[in-house]
Write a new protein. Structure first.
Lengths: 112, 111
């Protein structure tokens, strides 16, 4: 079945540095969603990308959907300690059921 | 606005005991509902999903079952817990535009 792979698994950065996590698939992604899970918390929906080449921004976060719809990325500019957590990408596996195929996540640690 | 509730927040159960976790959603009708399990430091494993009352699809054969007795109620159960059932159980509902909203979760420790 379809697999969604995220890299890196872990990333430690100094506060103020940039951070990028990548989401890749061997098959065409239909609809990419990004979630953030703070330590001890539950995943929270961040954004959804649908169109090839789409770029969306939320303050310091930039989300991109690849031209071939086989990859996506999340870039955080000038990380802050509040960015700590695990970032998951997910592909919409079925629009009938709304099932998502999640990547394994990238855990971000930010050193103050 | 929509709200999703899960309880209990934490649970410690002995091996072989039964389990019942409840999830309810407010402020929306006929939502798609999902149960996930997350092992410590790991990703999300989809266990069950439901597109309507009484309609349950299982993703992974295991020691658990799910039921949806009412439109906005989703229950996860087990007759006899195993040590491997420990984890963080998350319920979620999806909107018409497919994004999912998660409940606060239940941390289950099977001893």
């Amino acid at each position: 079945g379809q697999q969604v792979m995220q890299i890196p698994q872990y990333q430690h950065v100094q506060e103020g540095e940039d951070f990028t996590t990548y989401c890749n698939s061997s098959t065409t992604l239909s609809n990419i969603q990004w979630y953030k899970q703070r330590p001890g918390g539950h995943p929270v929906f961040l954004i959804q990308l649908v169109k090839s080449g789409e770029v969306k921004k939320q303050k310091r976060l930039t989300f991109q959907f690849g031209e071939a719809k086989k990859n996506s990325s999340l870039h955080i500019t000038a990380t802050q300690t509040t960015d700590v957590g695990t970032y998951f990408c997910a592909d919409l596996g079925s629009s009938n059921t709304g099932k998502l195929i999640f990547g394994q996540g990238t855990t971000l640690q930010v050193k103050p | 606005s929509q709200t999703i509730h899960q309880w209990p927040a934490t649970l410690v159960q002995p091996v072989g005991s039964p389990l019942s976790l409840e999830c309810t959603v407010e402020g929306t009708s006929n939502p798609n509902l999902y149960w996930y399990r997350q092992a410590a430091g790991r990703g999300l494993q989809l266990l069950f999903y439901s597109v309507g009352i009484g309609q349950i699809s299982s993703e992974v054969p295991q020691n658990l079952s799910a039921s949806r007795p009412q439109d906005r109620q989703f229950i996860l159960s087990s007759k006899k817990l195993l040590l491997s059932d420990s984890g963080f159980y998350l319920c979620a509902w999806s909107a018409l535009t497919y994004e999912q909203y998660f409940g606060p979760g239940t941390r289950l420790t099977v001893t």
